[in-house]
Design a protein around this ligand. Structure first.
Ligand code: KG4
Length: 330
């Protein structure tokens, strides 16, 4: 089964062709990071316009790389929620146009399901599982009783973890996106700053207090004319974040009697998070984390999610499918 995937929910335009939910024949990703860096974050209107410029080119490149003709495609899978509405609409319109012209069935994919199923490219995903989704817009713990069944058991009350990484990076003058830079810097520092550990109820998260503590600390030190040890602060911040994420995930896995853990989303690229999951794995959980190229937004994960959604005999979408900025994973 050949599935064409289309993803444009934020600032990456991506088209992929995947065979049988596993073999990635092409996964073309054009990132707009360089464009948004100068604004210190993604500017939605700029992102939509750039998707429009790039989407045709990305389609062509994906077919060329895969050496596949449009008529060979069995299904078209597209991210329809959540994300920046203008960005989503560009990919959705392109996918629907392709489906209409070539008379192909359409599969609607939730962006976070895509992140979860990025793991199926390189691992065999087993259920029941606890999925930790950590990205720029979301921090959630999801119980998956079986394939393509999602029950949100915990989420952030305020900032997503990627968002707090980006804001910490900004106050330290490290640019955008902040996650990879803070992660790299943290590896060279020591945990010497004392930061609050925001443990909130159950499987929920809260990162805004921690982020504000870092911002206040930087401002106070600057006012006193003290030097900020950026690497140490990055290491101290990363230590708190990864401790909370790993502890809560293990707690959920234990409570829900799950031997399988799935880590998904942009922040799953974090080296400290991976290290901590492996080091603290005293119950020998089967932990799946995607390789870096599948952690951040890409269309291969959307095509793979569609493959598993189809196994579930879920309804197909049609050309009336709309995009939604907000939608819970279901
Ligand atoms: O999943 P993603 O590509 O886009 C969303 O759907 O949000 O995640 C992007 C987020 C950004 O906030 C970025 O700073 C963060 O993932 N990120 C990281 C790392 N790599 C990307 N955060 C921490 N450590 C990293 N290595």
């Amino acid at each position: 089964m050949l599935i064409l995937g289309v993803e444009s929910s934020c600032d990456e335009t991506s088209v992929a062709i995947v065979r049988d939910g596993k073999e990635v024949l092409s996964n073309v990703v054009i990132s707009q990071i360089d464009i948004h860096t100068k604004f210190g974050g993604v500017v939605p209107e700029v992102a939509s316009r750039n998707h429009v410029y790039q989407v045709g080119l990305v389609f062509e490149e994906a077919f060329k790389k895969a050496n596949i003709l449009p008529k060979d495609i069995d299904y078209v899978a597209v991210t329809y929620a959540p994300g920046l509405i203008g960005s989503l609409l560009v990919g959705l319109t392109a996918a629907k146009t392709f489906a209409l012209i070539h008379n192909k069935p359409l599969v609607a994919i939730h962006h976070l399901a895509g992140h979860i199923y990025a793991n199926a490219i390189e691992h065999v995903m087993k259920f029941p599982a606890i999925a930790l989704i950590v990205s720029g817009g979301n921090t959630e713990l999801v119980y998956m009783k079986d394939n393509y069944e999602f029950e949100i058991i915990g989420e952030t009350y305020d900032d997503a973890v990627g968002e707090s990484y980006d804001k910490v990076a900004r106050v330290l003058g490290l640019g955008y996106p902040g996650g990879p830079v803070v992660d790299k810097l943290a590896r060279t520092g020591n945990i010497t700053y004392k930061l609050p550990k925001p443990y909130v109820d159950g499987y929920n998260f809260s990162f805004s207090g921690l982020k504000s503590a870092v911002i206040n600390l930087v401002h106070n030190e600057e006012q006193r004319g003290n030097e900020i040890r950026k690497a140490d602060l990055a290491a101290s911040f990363q230590d708190v974040v990864t401790e909370i994420l790993v502890n809560k995930t293990f707690m959920a896995a234990k409570d829900y009697n799950c031997q399988n853990i799935i880590v998904a989303g942009g922040v799953s690229a974090n080296s400290g998070l991976k290290e901590r999951f492996n080091k603290n794995n005293s119950f020998n959980y089967n932990i799946n984390i995607p390789s870096i190229k599948y952690c951040t937004d890409n269309a291969a994960m959307i095509a793979v999610a569609a493959y598993y959604k189809l196994q579930k005999k879920e309804d197909l979408a049609d050309l009336t499918l709309n995009a939604y900025a907000n939608m819970e994973l279901h």
